[in-house]
Design a protein around this ligand. Structure first.
Ligand code: FPP
Length: 256
């Protein structure tokens, strides 16, 4: 049954990859996404903000399938920032339930697609039920070799860097690390993304042109792509448009 579903999806998806997208060309290995605009999407419909988040969850499903179809290896979705705790209690509670809701309906298909689920962020303050759902999904998909789907949850770029520096400082103090040996690679080793390549492409929806404390270290040479489309309205066509534009960019990493 699941195999049948996956085949059905895969047939549909192949038809919807636009001709301008060069599938044998430059496909970003890692796409990071700031999924913004859920609240405004709901407001425009006189719905509670959480309805926007639920609609946003559906977009996550679509975009992950679209990415998998063209061979993206890593997707990092900004699902909850270290600053999002300042939101009303009801909204925070709702957002904390979304990973388990998402996984309860999607995990079988993701397993069928060979997707590996990962969580990037601080486990402090996260409710037990959220951690349990993510931990179970991480365990179940640990050996999967396909797309790595990372949820940045209780994630803050500065917090991540501070935590890495704290580990490095203790190592220096304990005499395990020579301060002279401190380099970019040493810092990267203690980030949540220690074994994940830096994003090639960052997508942010909803017309906001900022990074909002997302992957500050890792985005140093990432191509940025912004759209006015609100996250719940974002479709696989928008996603492929971002990839086509990425394919037209020249990445020089500071060289000429
Ligand atoms: C920002 O929009 C969005 C978030 C803080 C939450 C994003 C979460 C999802 C899209 C669902 C995640 C799904 C899973 C599977 C974990 P906003 O609320 O700030 O929008 P606004 O700027 O219009 O108010």
């Amino acid at each position: 049954m699941l195999e049948h579903l996956a085949r059905k999806w895969s047939r549909k998806e192949k038809q919807s990859v636009p001709a301008e997208l060069d599938r044998s060309g430059k496909i970003p290995q890692h796409v990071a996404v700031i999924m913004d605009g859920n609240g405004r999407w709901a407001n425009m419909r006189n719905l509670p903000r959480v309805a926007g988040h639920r609609a946003g969850m559906k977009t996550v499903k679509e975009v992950v399938k679209a990415a998998d179809e063209i061979g993206v290896r890593y997707m990092t979705m900004y699902a909850f920032s270290t600053e999002n705790w300042k939101r009303p209690r009801d909204e925070v509670d709702f957002l904390m339930k979304l990973p388990q809701e998402f996984l309860s309906t999607e995990l079988d298909e993701l397993v069928e697609r060979n997707v590996r689920i990962r969580m990037l962020g601080s486990k402090e303050k996260l409710p037990a039920h959220t951690l349990k759902a993510l931990h179970e999904a991480e365990e179940r998909t640990y050996e999967n070799q396909g797309l790595q789907l990372c949820f940045a949850l209780n994630y803050g770029g500065r917090d991540e860097i501070v935590k890495a520096f704290s580990v490095l400082a203790s190592k220096v103090k304990a005499g395990e690390l020579d301060p002279e040996a401190l380099d970019e690679e040493a810092v990267s080793r203690y980030l949540y993304t220690s074994d994940i390549p830096d994003p090639d492409l960052l997508i942010r929806t909803s017309g906001e042109i900022r990074l909002s404390n997302f992957m500050l270290w890792q985005l140093a040479y990432t191509e940025l792509w912004f759209t006015d489309v609100l996250w719940p309205d974002f479709t696989r066509e928008h996603f492929y448009q971002a990839i086509v534009e990425y394919q037209g960019r020249a990445r020089r990493y500071g060289a000429v």
